[in-house]
Ligand binder design. Sequence first.
Ligand code: ZN
Length: 292
Amino acid sequence: MNGKIIKGIAGFYYVHTGNAGVYECKAKGIFRNQKIKPHVGDDVEFTVVDETTKKANIISILPRKNCLIRPAVANVDQALVVFATTKPTPNLNLLDKLLVSMLRQQVECIICFNKQDIATSEQKEELEAIYGKSGIKLIPLSTVDNTGVEEVRNILKGKTTVLAGPSGVGKSSLVNLINPDSNMETGGLSEKIDRGKHTTRHSELFLIDEDSFICDTPGFTSLYLDDMSEQELKDYYPEFYEYEGYCKFNGCVHINEPKCAVKDAVEEGAINKDRYENYMKIYEELKQNKKF
Ligand code: ZN
């Protein structure tokens, strides 16, 4: 039989199979045969050991589309990065780092700004101005008046999506709106973990419908910026792509170089100034980190 690993605890893997339900599987011999450890998100082949107790053995891991390092999930199609438009004020430095981290792992991103219902038009317009030209899809959202919920529902359909963002922005409310049976506690899992520093966090997939899955992760633990050089950062700003071919210097990082087409685009307003300034900050942070 075939299924998808939705959870792994202490050597047991919980494999979702659709109509046949969830099997508790061991993965004896997998590492020996395939030299890889099963991950949440893996599509696997297994044999049933006992149908009444739903025990089974995984016999092979099917080829992976990708495998994220943070969060550790295989076969991820996209990341939904959720922040509040206000209350709390979005930390755009964290938001940009999350985008960089996901794009670095070749995962497409969609940004959702929740709590549109309580935001002022200035707050909404400001975020629209910063990210509207970023090349990353934006969905204004309200889990209170349902703005954007249908759009998110369509985007999740048939995909495995990593849900990233800080606590208190309404991620669980969003998932519960989309599927009330998804068992995600409101103000739940990730928020509890955010508070308990030393708690080990296992990734888990929640079922949205038969072929759509979501993986919830607390914001700070899904940052994958390890060993990243400051020169690499520019590669994860989609709005730079169309200009950087026109920079005078090969390998221009768009900071101090003369005749930089990206900086010109910022001056002309084609690239948002706040996004660019935040780029410079993160660049500097990456540079400083290396000296420790
Ligand atoms: Zn440049």
